[in-house]
Design a protein around this ligand. Sequence first.
Ligand code: SF4
Length: 235
Amino acid sequence: MGAAHARLGPSSAHRWLRCPASIALTELIPPRPSGPAAAAGTVMHEVFERQLLGQHHFTSAEIESLAEFNVPESRARLIVDQAVTSARQTLQQFHLSEFLTETRVDPGAVIGRDDFWGTADLIAADAATRTLLVGDLKTGRGRVDAEFNDQLLSYGLGAMPLLEFEPERVVLAIYQPPVNGVRPSVWQTTPDTLREFAEFARVQAKQTDIKNALPTPSSEACQWCPARTICPAHT
Ligand code: SF4
């Protein structure tokens, strides 16, 4: 995970794509430090990446920090092991032997923005089958599905310029052991979906630049919105 955050981050795309005004409102409130669940998730992401690359498991320092975040070692190991199994299954299923972990992708470059970028947990591609796969690890218990997942579509859009071929198949995958064990949520689509998403993102990103834009509440956008306490739609 990158140290800095994009103004228009893929992980919050589900919110700002539906409520562009949430960006300006969020900038009015002080940034909140990560909670223990997010901090533990960061540690597990780092170990997930290492294990996928065939490197070592948790270090003792990581186990100690997880304990501080109230995540027992056994639970963290189970989540990471299941996520790695799940990711390897999808790589195998789509015959993808080459992959990258923790890769900076720049969907904003595709739609003319310099504030829309992020770090994808897993990107894999195969020129022979013209397949692009984008995978994301979730360590929380709130179910996340791959179908029309804005975060994965953002990563997929950003991964397109990295390819040396034109894909025919785009595979989005969520690895979420606390909800699905070793079964990933997988959605197969085509580059047309990414192109349609790009147009939508282009329009909505422009809306985030409009001062005093009206908030557009929805259960999906508002649920985790940091600006909810000051949002005119809720106060
Ligand atoms: S609380 Fe909902 S309506 Fe208000 S800014 Fe956030 S996402 Fe938009």
